[in-house]
Design a protein around this ligand. Sequence first.
Ligand code: HEM
Length: 475
Amino acid sequence: MLKQDIRTYGVCIGVITGSITLGVYAYKRLFSRLPPGPFTIPFFGSPARKNELVYETNKRLAEKYGVIFSYWSGTQLKIFLNDYNLIKEAFVNRGDEFSQAPPENMSYFLKFHDRFITVDYNEDVRILKRGILQAFRGLFGSGKTLLEDRIRFELFHKFYNIKDDTPIDVGEFFKALSVNVTCSMYFGKRFEYDSKEMDELFKLSQNYFKWFFVELTLNFTNMPLPFFLKKIIYRKAIQKSKDAIEGMRQWVRSMMEDHDDTEDDLVSAYKKLVPEAKIEEIIDTIMFLLSDPLDVVPGVLSGLFHLVAMHPEKQQKMFEEISNSQSSFLDQSKLPYVRAFIIETLRYANFVSNSAAHRVIKETTLQGYRIPKDADIYANFYAVHMNEETMKDCFIFRPERHLEDNHNIITFGIGRKSCLGEQWVRSQMYLTLVITLQKYRLEPTPGFNKLKYQSDVFHLPEKVELLFIDRNKSD
Ligand code: HEM
């Protein structure tokens, strides 16, 4: 009898707790003026994602719910902004409210420092970010030729071995280029191709990139579970992530030990900018700043070269513009079509389909909706770039649109948390393209069919093989 009573009590308590939880979630979703979004299962969140890529989910939901939608991923509320003006309103005009990052993002592998880009946004980080930008400008900004010299040197160093009929895996090639461009800028150092050092860094960075984004990927998995449960389920992957990061940290530490502080590079600039910075902080920041140039940029350059090879008439137009240019091609305004081609690549390829998460630290409103404390806000770049109303024929690759009109292309984000590498990447795309087209015509390999893409968070091509036809021999 007693046992039965206890069981009945247990069931009653379970039903009451369940109903209260359901009630709270239903209230939150239906009556609390949250942005619209798909159905939510208490605690587990919304089964918003089907078997599709992140950008496909966001595209589908934006089409259904409009300029702003929300869904729960486990217990985390995610809000997506799908319109340029709304993104500007949040990330630029009201940057104070929308420029923090989720503290749990990447925090478990990055040691805590006095200031860390992307983990916090405070006065120290603002000064650091500005200082790093100035250091970059000092290295390759207007009038400086370090980037051009380095790219020219690396391209010709490697290109001398190219034979017309040999397909080149441009991803591998640009990886080597990016390693030397980045290491020159950060440590004042380059490595010989096929050397032991280059080989070691290739392996380390491949592993690092593969595991670096585990947490970000977990954030977007189809599995509608609270984040802490996902972390338990994926603990092996997380351990691999920690190991890969530790490997890279050791490598950066060894570079710092050999570093000559009189060199004109990022490490020297950092030390001057923040003299009180502990060595571990510099190591971790430099390490954090390695992943994009070593792994994202080669993918972006491969995507760019693939589009060039697939559009022979546009390639010819760029070549003629470059050949006819009287002045230094360092001035991008002198080559408007090349510039337009690059902007269109950034729009059309959508290498990154949304911003990083911006955490709201104080309840606020946006577009008349309640934005609760601790919600994560994302800018949906894909929705801005691929909107038929604002971008006519958006699924057609047409560089000319950027000569006719100004379009909002926000591949690198906008506002305080926007990308530190934007000018660098744009310059590297531009210089690599111009220098290559002066000497080579790019062609797809015979029988080439369709590109495959690498991962969920970044929309980067897996492998691009192209033919480089020497213009001096073929024209
Ligand atoms: C083509 C390659 C790249 C793309 C598409 C890209 C894109 C982005 C995007 C979308 C963000 C997030 C913006 C936001 O959350 O609002 C970002 C942040 C960032 N990017 Fe890049 N990036 C690229 C290359 C680089 C490079 C080469 C660097 C090297 C310095 C870099 C450093 C950063 C940093 C430090 C942040 C975090 C800024 C912060 O949180 O304050 N990125 N990038």
